[in-house]
Design a binder for this molecule. Structure first.
Ligand code: LMR
Length: 334
């Protein structure tokens, strides 16, 4: 039986299989959403592509739906090398000490995917991924999900309708400030706990792209959804840097190609997945969907845009202005 010995840097993070066939590198890819979401589908696509392009030398085991780790734990597990790949929401990098990522959470900063891609596919996105290296993390790509809308058990027509409500958010200080700007109470909670918290009334409402809302069945416990699309939720695909750097160059190149294709796929399906989920929520008849009028949206913008100013020092004005420049953002324009 052949056995491949790989240098010390790799041991512990790469499983070397003493098999008759080619030895396999196993990448454990953990994420917190369902398999039938933009991220879930893209992770599975990457796994298939990685196997194909490396001719079976790399196997990617995808663990969806927090089956392996919840939000905070998965980042720790990546740094320790217990998993090799993740795709956390950009809103979850602040607690790691990389506050610049919270620029993506600023309300109404992107007017759509095209606007956002000027950042994620441009130099600003690249510079943000480089910041991860100091934490032992290699950033590989940005994957889209979509734009978040507010849900609750009472109608949401104006910002005041959320006053006093407990809203579940991701672990981002910008999102905390956003909720406070509405006069509501922020409640940071792991994604895997949201459905139950909504059901039990621990929180009153939340914000999510519709694919997340639907696949976690939040629509069963939220009577009202208003399509505010006030903020973006997307992902950075990341790997343990030591693991990545220790891979044979040829394999790493093939995996990079698989990632390029998976990124293209993720960003192609995100919008249609969210639209399909919205149709399913509508068809369920359980949640009333409200499309805000222009004056209603404008009231949300007015209430939330001051968050940019308030969070400027935390995120760093250099980063915020770089995003403004890339997208041509002008608070008064929209
Ligand atoms: C959330 O916690 O709401 C999202 O970050 C989940 C996800 O990964 O899309």
């Amino acid at each position: 039986m052949r056995c491949l010995l790989i240098g010390g840097a790799l041991l512990g993070s790469v499983w070397v299989q003493p098999a008759l066939a080619d030895p396999a590198v196993v990448i454990r890819f953990s994420h917190v959403v369902a398999s039938d979401t933009p991220k879930g589908k893209a992770a599975d696509f990457f796994a298939r592509k990685a196997a194909e392009l490396t001719r079976g030398k790399v196997r990617v085991d995808v663990y969806p739906n927090s089956t392996l780790y919840k939000d905070k734990e998965e980042l720790e597990a990546l740094q320790l090398g217990a998993v090799q790949m993740l795709a956390p929401s950009l809103a979850k990098f602040g607690p790691l000490g990389i506050r610049e990522f919270e620029v993506f959470d600023l309300p109404f900063i992107f007017s759509g995917y095209a606007d956002l891609h000027k950042v994620t596919k441009g130099p600003v996105g690249k510079q943000l991924l480089v910041k991860l290296e100091a934490k032992g993390i290699q950033g590989l790509a940005f994957w889209d999900n979509g734009f978040k809308s507010f849900s609750a058990n009472t109608p949401i027509r104006k910002p005041e309708d959320l006053r006093g409500k407990r809203l579940r958010i991701q672990s981002s200080r910008v999102l905390e400030e956003q909720v406070r700007a509405l006069g509501a109470r922020p409640h940071v909670m792991a994604f895997s706990e949201v459905y139950e918290a909504l059901r039990a009334g621990v929180v009153d409402g939340t914000e999510n792209p519709i694919s997340n809302l639907y696949t976690q069945r939040m629509h069963e416990v939220q009577k009202h959804l208003t399509l505010t699309e006030h903020g973006y939720l997307g992902y950075a695909v990341i790997v343990n840097k030591k693991f990545w750097d220790g891979l044979p160059a040829a394999l790493r190149g093939q995996l990079e190609e698989a990632m390029v294709q998976a990124t293209d796929y993720a960003n192609r399906i995100a919008l249609q997945e969210n639209e399909a989920s919205l149709e399913k929520v509508r068809a369920s008849g359980l949640t009333k969907i409200h499309v805000p009028t222009a004056p209603e949206l404008s009231a949300f913008r007015q209430a939330l845009l001051p968050v940019h100013e308030k969070m400027g020092d935390r995120i760093g004005w250099g980063t915020i202005k770089a995003v403004y420049r890339a997208t041509g953002f002008l608070p008064d324009r929209r």
